[in-house]
Design a protein around this ligand. Structure first.
Ligand SMILES: *Cc1c(COP(=O)(O)O)cnc(C)c1O
Length: 350
């Protein structure tokens, strides 16, 4: 059983989709051929329906969330960007942006602090706000409603959201921000090497104004290719195909969210009542529903990781400053309720 928060457990039906893709010959089709374009279009529309992405948002594919960080910095940050971060992935986004010679401002906050948009003092020079909706490193989340409130408070700024470890598991309010992206090896339960990037007409307009077209995946270029149902480079056709098949077959996102919320609440209360372990995050409003961080004494954590491994259970290691005294549990939709029950049985047996 695999509870690692990425690369994570792959949906079992992907094995059949993989064979289908092979047999249909789609994998050796030219990426400018009608066969590829039809598959691309089906995938985009299946994703749009399943995740409820607004009709006027462009959906395209890039290689990774790391690449999406760079695309935002290159194509949407004019001079400086404002980064809202409380963990390692938010910090990495800020660092990548700096390396591309954009100026950055950081708003850092604690794992139990909720985002209060009214309290943010965002300098005029920052035309983009970068938010990590679900911070995979410490199991925290920013409520989707707070992201919409942020955009409403700063309508002239681009709000870009990294939702890598939550998209596909919880219902996101795509209309509440301009740019959303997620690589698929986390909450989508797919093999790595693909990232979904969706952006609003406002983001597209901004990227035209900034007029940055030096990169193969500059936003205007991504848009032009998406209009033709193509990509700017030979893409991960297999990943796109698998994504489309999954999006057509999976239960509605509301149904999935309901199941994950219940599982997360059960697990949090289980560890709240545990004698030696407890949730790292104490504020229920900032606790992630898809990645749970559990804290204990370093020695205890070490022994649990070892016992889990012997029992054939992969837990997520602690990350960054929480490396020694936490482990993480992915509550991704590819993991079944039975597997979560078995995980509890394992903890009962310790
Ligand atoms: C895993 C992760 C990334 C990095 O994803 P890549 O596909 O390796 O680029 C970025 N942001 C968050 C929140 C993540 O969890």
């Amino acid at each position: 059983m695999n509870f690692y928060p990425g690369p994570s457990k792959i949906y079992p039906q992907v094995k059949d989709y993989f064979n289908e893709a092979f047999e249909q010959g789609i994998l050796s089709q030219n990426h400018r051929s009608p066969a590829f374009e039809a598959m691309y279009e089906e995938t985009i529309e299946a994703l749009r329906q399943w995740l409820k992405i607004p009709q006027d948002y462009t959906i395209c594919f890039v290689s990774s969330a790391t690449e999406a960080w760079e695309i935002v910095a290159q194509s949407l940050v004019k001079k400086k960007s404002y980064h809202i971060s409380n963990g390692a992935f938010g910090d990495k986004w800020l660092q990548r942006t700096m390396l591309l010679d954009r100026g950055v401002f950081a708003h850092t906050f604690g794992i139990d602090d909720e985002l209060i948009p009214e309290e943010l003092d965002i300098p005029d020079i920052c035309n983009a706000i970068c938010v990590t909706q679900n911070e995979t490193s410490n199991g925290t989340q920013i409520q989707p409603a707070d992201i919409r409130a942020l955009k409403e408070l700063f309508p002239d700024k681009i709000v870009a959201v990294d939702a890598t470890s939550s998209m596909g598991g919880i219902a996101l309010d795509f209309g509440g921000a301009d740019v959303w992206f997620a690589s698929v090896q986390k909450c989508f339960g797919l093999p790595p090497g693909l990232c979904i990037l969706a952006f609003s007409p406002f983001a597209l307009e901004k990227s035209w104004k900034i007029d940055e077209e030096r990169h193969y995946n500059s936003l205007p270029r991504l848009y032009e290719n998406a209009q033709k149902l193509q990509t700017s480079y030979t893409p991960n056709t297999l990943g796109i195909y698998l994504m489309g098949r999954l999006a057509k077959e999976l239960p509605s996102i509301e149904e999935t969210e309901k199941r994950l919320n219940k599982q997360a609440d059960d697990l949090y209360s289980y560890f709240e009542n545990h004698s030696e372990l407890s949730p790292l995050v104490s504020n229920p409003a900032t606790r992630s529903k898809t990645v749970l961080a559990i804290q204990g004494q370093a020695e205890k954590i070490k022994s649990i990781m070892k016992k889990a491994s012997s029992a054939g259970i992969t837990l997520g290691k602690g990350y960054g400053q929480w490396k020694q005294d936490t482990f993480r549990i992915a509550n991704f939709p590819s993991i079944t309720s039975n597997e979560i029950a078995d995980l509890k049985t394992f903890f009962d047996s310790l």
